[in-house]
Design a protein around this ligand. Structure first.
Ligand SMILES: Cc1ncc(COP(=O)(O)O)c(C=O)c1O
Length: 379
């Protein structure tokens, strides 16, 4: 019998059904989902509008290649421009977060003719060749991915950034940053650091890439997390929440970037079904004002979590929240899952990550807080 290539540590749970912020396992046990399948479920599991739009599209046509007109792609671009407020940007559609970052970095290099990329300690940008090289985790960088073109600097360290640009600023193609580091443990970039990246990249002719794959797409209450600080990047990369589970990624590029035929490409990117999924998500986000909702619910959760003792620190913005807990509480997250039936994410060393659907209701937020604080009292 063919076996799976065993790379994922698994929870002993088989999910068979989802609705809104809830999922059910094969035994009928219901779970409150504060993890959203790793920040992917943006408008809730099996949202009726999403299901209907995908079914209808599947009945018409699911896929044809990028060699023909696909008006749905223009519809995604128009609506994305509207919802994100960046209507003069251009859209390239691909299939995943890593692919989005890989392409963003390539564009920066094509555009500047340069090779160096500044990334930050604890960054996670994906597992493809250049994206993984810009990821601060030596364990997942294969020898063939190693390159001297990536320079890692401490996160939020303005002096280090200033010095780096003073030393080799004219060789820098791009600075890539997550407005809030996800895998890195919910570390929020300061407004002044982002502003400094903006200033220095402009001054030295480098490209500012905002990796919005986890922190973006409305999660913080602002469509792109870095824009929350009034800062505009040159390229935004996105994936996760974009398709509410349907694999789709994209980059939004400022108008200075000039495309030429064949510069980028993908077989699957921008296919009919993926566009239908992306449109359904954006339509729900717009109609239900999910950015506002995410901010409101997120602010509430953050404020309430900060009141709890036995927690070391609570960080984040909107519905991207990190909770630092003491090492003695190492079984806490597993207890939340197996005893309280609540899905959460983690980050090392001892961080619980909350990445729920943007539709999370206040009632469900309260239910989470109640179960969470009760469980804390057991320790
Ligand atoms: C900030 C960030 N960038 C890139 C990626 C890679 O995305 P994907 O797994 O879709 O390739 C992730 C995934 O966790 C991420 O959190």
């Amino acid at each position: 019998m063919m076996k799976l290539y065993d790379i994922y540590p698994l929870n002993p749970i088989e999910i068979v059904k989802g609705q809104g912020s809830y999922v059910w396992d094969k035994n009928g046990q219901v779970y409150l989902d504060l993890y959203g399948g790793h920040a992917v479920i943006s408008i809730g599991h099996t949202h009726p509008h999403y299901v209907e739009r995908l079914k209808k599209q599947l009945d018409q046509i699911g896929f044809y290649s990028n060699s023909i007109e696909i008006p749905l792609q223009h519809q995604v671009a128009t609506l994305l421009g509207e919802v994100s407020g960046l209507e003069d940007y251009q859209l390239f559609l691909c299939n995943s977060g890593a692919e989005a970052n890989e392409n963003a970095l390539k564009i920066a290099s094509f555009h500047t003719g340069r090779k160096k990329v500044i990334a930050f300690e604890k960054a996670f940008h994906g597992r493809t060749s250049l994206a993984v090289a810009a990821t601060d985790n030596a364990k997942i960088v294969a020898p063939v991915n190693e390159t001297e073109n990536i320079i890692f600097l401490p996160f939020n360290d303005e002096n280090a950034l200033e010095n780096a640009f003073a030393t080799y600023g004219n060789e820098v193609a791009a600075v890539i940053i997550e407005g809030i580091q996800g895998v890195g443990g919910i570390q929020v970039a300061t407004a002044s650091f982002l502003q400094q990246i903006r200033t220095l990249t402009t001054q030295y002719g480098a490209v500012f890439i905002a990796d919005e794959i986890q922190c973006g797409y409305g999660r913080t209450g602002s469509f792109y997390a870095v824009n929350d600080e009034g800062i505009q990047a040159d390229i935004y990369t996105m994936a996760k929440g974009m398709g509410n589970g349907f694999p789709i990624g994209a980059i939004a590029l400022a108008s200075v970037f000039k495309p030429w035929h064949g510069q980028l490409g993908t077989t699957f990117g921008g296919n009919h079904l993926a566009c239908a999924a992306a449109l359904a998500v954006l339509e729900v986000m717009q109609q239900d004002q999910l950015l506002l909702h995410a901010k409101k619910t997120g602010d509430y959760l953050l404020a309430e979590l900060k009141k709890l003792d036995k927690i070391q620190e609570v960080r984040g913005k909107g519905l991207m929240i990190g909770i630092d807990f003491a090492p003695e509480l190492k079984n806490f997250r597993q207890d939340l899952l197996l005893k309280d039936h609540i899905f959460t994410g983690n980050a090392s060393p001892n961080v619980i990550r909350l990445l729920p659907a943007l539709t999370l209701s206040e009632t469900d937020a309260d239910l989470f807080l109640e179960k969470f604080s009760k469980r804390l009292q057991q320790y």
